[in-house]
Design a binder for this molecule. Structure first.
Ligand SMILES: *[C@@H]1O[C@H](CO)[C@@H](O)[C@H](O)[C@H]1NC(C)=O
Ligand SMILES: *[C@@H]1O[C@H](CO)[C@@H](O)[C@H](O)[C@H]1NC(C)=O
Ligand SMILES: *[C@@H]1O[C@H](CO)[C@@H](O)[C@H](O)[C@H]1NC(C)=O
Length: 308
């Protein structure tokens, strides 16, 4: 009996230690809600299958989307059937592991005919669809550690969907100014740096990147390019630039002009892969690891950012 009690006690102490050490894991996908032919599986389904495997193995707490949730033109009402055909039926219904909160970013296709607000409206009745407004923030904490997420509506920045450039940029600046979290992650649809189909976004480089640098943002997550990338900015820029745009839309090759642009800007391309897939992100107190996973479930690349 005594040994059972001491075993239980030891287990409990160990569990408490683990709890203090623990963190959380989440998945990011961009460019995913493909046009479908009823009953015909596509790359989006293949990515979903591997997301399920990762989510189960790593107990994913949420999915963060990086925009282009519904091709080709977004949704047309808060009860558009695309919420079923391209979201629930692909991820939530087949896979209990993906019945977690979905933190949503909007992309250019979501805003294409100015109907992005229907995705906000949908979130008011669907608890797993988290999109309180086009741009928003949320914080995750564990132990003494806090992680601050800022979701920017990058389409508003340049296409004036619901805003002027200056308002969204000032909002980002003020929001980051007030942030006191241990880790800061900014998510949006449009990348800053990229060697993919669209290449680097010079507007983002001029207007948004200085704010990210000023506030020591740790990660900038984007989609838009139908590929997976990891980039580091010029010397002195410690932001990790992640592109996770492999959610389902046809993968696109690297753009040689954009590769040259990166060289001219002294940006380092750590990894480029023109494939479908997703990233799984593991957050701990002193480190964040980004795992890039392909359609076969192979983690073909990963990196870790450390902090004291
Ligand atoms: C559109 O912009 C206005 C003013 O900035 C803001 O109050 C409103 O919440 C925005 N709408 C959405 C859906 O984000
Ligand atoms: C979104 O950004 C606008 C400025 O573009 C800001 O006025 C608004 O408060 C932001 N929304 C949220 C929920 O923070
Ligand atoms: C890139 O690095 C080279 C060599 O250090 C330097 O001359 C050049 O000014 C840098 N370019 C930019 C855009 O930072």
């Amino acid at each position: 009996m005594n040994s059972l009690i001491s075993f239980l006690f030891a287990t409990l102490t160990f569990a408490t230690l683990l709890l203090a050490e623990e963190g959380f894991n989440f998945i990011t996908i961009g460019d995913w809600g493909r046009t479908r032919t009823a009953g015909v599986p596509n790359k989006q389904d293949d990515v979903a299958r591997q997301m399920d495997v990762w989510a189960r193995e790593n107990n994913a707490e949420f999915v963060l989307t990086l925009g282009d949730n519904f091709y080709p033109d977004g949704v047309f009402s808060a009860d558009d059937e695309q919420f079923e055909t391209k979201w629930r039926n692909v991820y939530l219904n087949p896979y209990p592991s993906l019945r977690v909160e979905w933190k949503i970013s909007l992309g250019n296709h979501d805003h294409r005919v100015f109907t992005g607000h229907y995705q906000v409206e949908f979130g008011k009745t669907e608890p797993l669809w988290e999109l309180p407004s086009f741009n928003y923030t949320f914080t995750k904490t564990f132990g003494d550690t806090s992680v601050f997420f800022v979701v920017v509506d990058s389409d508003s920045l340049y296409w004036l969907v619901n805003d002027t450039l200056n308002e969204q940029v000032s909002w980002l600046d003020e929001t980051l100014e007030q942030a006191s979290a241990d880790w800061v992650i900014v998510a949006a649809h449009h990348p800053v740096y990229s060697s993919g189909h669209h290449g680097s976004d010079f507007g983002m480089i001029d207007d948004v990147r200085p704010i990210l640098l000023k506030h020591n943002v740790d990660f900038y997550l984007a989609g838009h390019e139908h590929d997976l990338q990891h980039l580091n900015g010029p010397p002195g820029d410690s932001i990790e630039y992640v592109i996770s745009g492999g959610g389902g839309a046809s993968a696109r090759p690297q753009n040689e002009i954009a590769v040259e642009d990166l060289k001219d800007m002294n940006v380092t391309q750590k990894m480029f892969n023109s494939i479908n897939g997703f990233t799984g992100i593991k957050v701990k107190q002193n480190s964040i690891t980004v795992e890039y996973v392909d359609l076969e479930g192979t983690m073909f690349y990963s990196f870790t950012k450390y902090k004291n």
